[in-house]
Design a protein around this ligand. Structure first.
Ligand code: DSN
Length: 415
C-alpha cells in the first residue's frame, strides 16, 4: 500500500494496526472471517470506479461490457454452488437483502414473522428498533424454555393465528441445526413466503455441513462475508417465480448502483467455496466448535442448549460469577476477541447480558484444530478467574500471540 502510505499516512497507519490486531488475536466473533488474498484483490480493484444501475443487458449507463459478465458470473456461480433457480448478487449486505424480501412481498402494516432478537434472531427479522419491526407488524417466535431449541410448535401456532406474509427462519446466535421443514410446511399452509436468512451458516450450507434451505424456501438471503468467507456483501437466492419481484425490490426499490468491486469479490469467493477444500473447511468449522464446546464444558462453563451443531457456541457466564461485558473485555485484553450476547430468557440488559458468543469460522481459516480448541478453553477459564488481573491477562495475550505464529491468517502478511 505504498500510494496510500504516501498520500494518507493516518489511514495507512490505522489499517496497519488493524492488520496486526487481526493477525495477533484469536478472533472468535462468529460472523467474522479472513478473506483470501484473491478476494481482497478483486474487492480492492478499479471496479469501484463504475456505475451500473439496472441488471445485466438492461442498464441505465453505458460501458458495461465487462461488468455485465462479472455480475452474470457471480450469479452463475451462486446458482451452481447452492443449487438455486436464480440469484441476485446486488444487495449491499444482509440487512438490505432482507428489506428487499419484505418490500417485494409486503405492504406497510402487514404481519411478518421471525425469531425474536433476544432468542438469537436478527434486528431485521422484525425487532422493534429496526424498520422491519416498525413498518410491519412483527410476530416473534422464541426458543423453548427448557431445551433452548427453536419452539417449532409456538412458531406454527403463531403463524396460524397471525397469518404473516413472510415467515423468516435464520439466526445470529443459535448453536443448533435449524429444521427448515416445519417452516416450509406452515408457510405452504397459510400461503406465506418462506424466507431463510442463512447469513451465519452460508459457508456450512455451501460445504454440506448444514442442511440446505434452498430446495424448501421461496427465498434465501445471506451475507457473503461470514462463514462463506467472501467480501462484505449480500446475496439473494430464489425460485424463478420470485425473480421479478425481488429484482425490482433491490433495484430500483432500495438501492442505486451495485458495488461492482464487491460483486467481483463475491464471484471469487463463490469459486473458492465450490471446491473440495472448502467442504473440508466447512466440516472443520463444526468440528472445532464442538471441540471448543466440549472443552468449555469441562472447564465448568454453561452452554446454551448444552453444545453446538454448527459454527457457534453461546456461553452463559452467570455461574462463573461474571457477566458478558466484563468477561468479553477481559478476553480482549488477553488477545481473544468475542462479543457479549444475550442468552435465551436473559434477565440482563443487552449492553451487559449474561453471555458471550463464540464462533470458529475465522480460527478454522487459520488452520486451528482440536489442540488449539483445548488451549482456548484453558485460556478462557484463566481469564474468567482473573478478570481484573492485568498481569495474567497480559501473559495470556503473549501466549495467544505466540501460538498464532504457527497459524498464518489468509490475506495477512506474516510480519
Ligand atoms: N452483525 C451480524 C452478527 O454479528 O451476527 C449479524 O448481521
Amino acid at each position: 500500500m505504498k500510494a496510500l502510505k504516501a498520500i494518507d499516512s493516518e489511514i495507512y497507519d490505522l489499517i496497519a494496526s488493524e492488520t496486526e490486531r487481526q493477525r495477533d488475536k484469536i478472533r472468535l466473533i462468529p460472523s467474522e472471517n479472513y478473506v483470501s488474498t484473491a478476494v481482497l484483490e478483486a474487492t480492492g480493484s478499479i471496479l469501484t470506479n463504475k456505475y451500473s444501475e439496472g441488471y445485466a443487458k438492461k442498464r441505465y449507463y453505458e460501458g458495461q461490457q465487462f461488468i455485465d459478465v462479472i455480475e452474470l458470473t457471480a450469479i452463475r456461480r451462486a446458482k451452481a454452488l447452492f443449487g438455486s433457480e436464480t440469484a441476485n448478487v446486488q444487495p449491499y449486505s444482509g440487512s438490505p437483502a432482507n428489506l428487499a424480501v419484505y418490500f417485494a412481498f409486503c405492504r406497510p402494516g402487514d404481519p411478518i414473522m421471525g425469531l425474536a432478537l433476544d432468542h438469537g434472531g436478527h434486528l431485521t427479522h422484525g425487532w422493534g428498533v429496526s424498520i422491519t419491526g416498525d413498518y410491519f407488524e412483527p410476530i416473534r417466535y422464541q426458543l423453548h424454555p427448557e431445551t433452548h431449541r427453536i419452539d417449532y410448535d409456538m412458531m406454527r401456532d403463531l403463524a396460524k393465528k397471525h397469518r404473516p406474509k413472510v415467515i423468516m427462519a435464520g439466526a445470529t446466535a443459535y448453536p443448533r441445526i435449524i429444521d427448515f421443514e416445519p417452516f416450509a410446511d406452515i408457510a405452504r399452509e397459510i400461503e406465506a413466503i418462506f424466507c431463510v436468512d442463512m447469513a451465519h451458516i452460508a459457508g456450512l450450507v455451501a460445504g454440506g455441513a448444514h442442511p440446505s434451505p434452498v430446495p424448501l424456501a421461496d427465498v434465501v438471503t445471506t451475507t457473503t462475508h461470514k462463514s462463506l468467507r467472501g467480501p462484505r456483501g449480500g446475496l439473494i437466492l430464489m425460485k424463478k417465480k420470485h425473480r421479478k419481484a425481488i429484482n425490482r425490490a433491490v433495484f430500483p426499490g432500495l438501492q442505486g448502483g451495485p458495488h461492482n468491486h464487491t460483486t467481483a469479490g463475491i464471484a471469487v469467493a463463490l469459486k473458492e467455496a465450490d471446491t473440495e477444500a472448502f467442504k473440508v473447511y466447512a466440516h472443520k468449522i463444526v468440528e472445532n466448535a464442538q471441540h471448543l464446546a466440549a472443552s468449555l464444558l469441562e472447564k465448568g462453563f454453561d452452554l446454551v442448549s448444552g453444545g453446538t451443531d454448527n459454527h457457534l457456541v453461546l456461553v452463559d457466564v452467570t455461574k462463573r460469577g461474571t457477566t458478558g461485558k466484563p468477561f468479553a473485555k477481559a478476553l480482549d485484553k488477553a488477545g481473544i476477541v468475542c462479543n457479549y450476547n444475550t442468552v435465551p430468557f436473559d434477565p440482563r440488559p443487552p449492553m451487559d447480558p449474561s453471555g458471550v458468543r463464540l464462533g470458529t469460522p475465522a480460527i478454522t481459516s487459520r488452520g486451528m484444530g482440536k489442540a488449539e480448541m483445548e488451549s482456548l478453553a484453558n485460556w478462557m477459564a484463566r481469564v474468567a478467574e482473573n478478570l481484573e488481573n492485568e498481569d495474567v491477562l497480559a501473559r495470556v495475550a503473549g501466549e495467544v500471540k505466540e501460538l498464532l505464529k504457527a497459524f498464518p491468517a489468509p490475506g495477512i502478511p506474516v510480519d
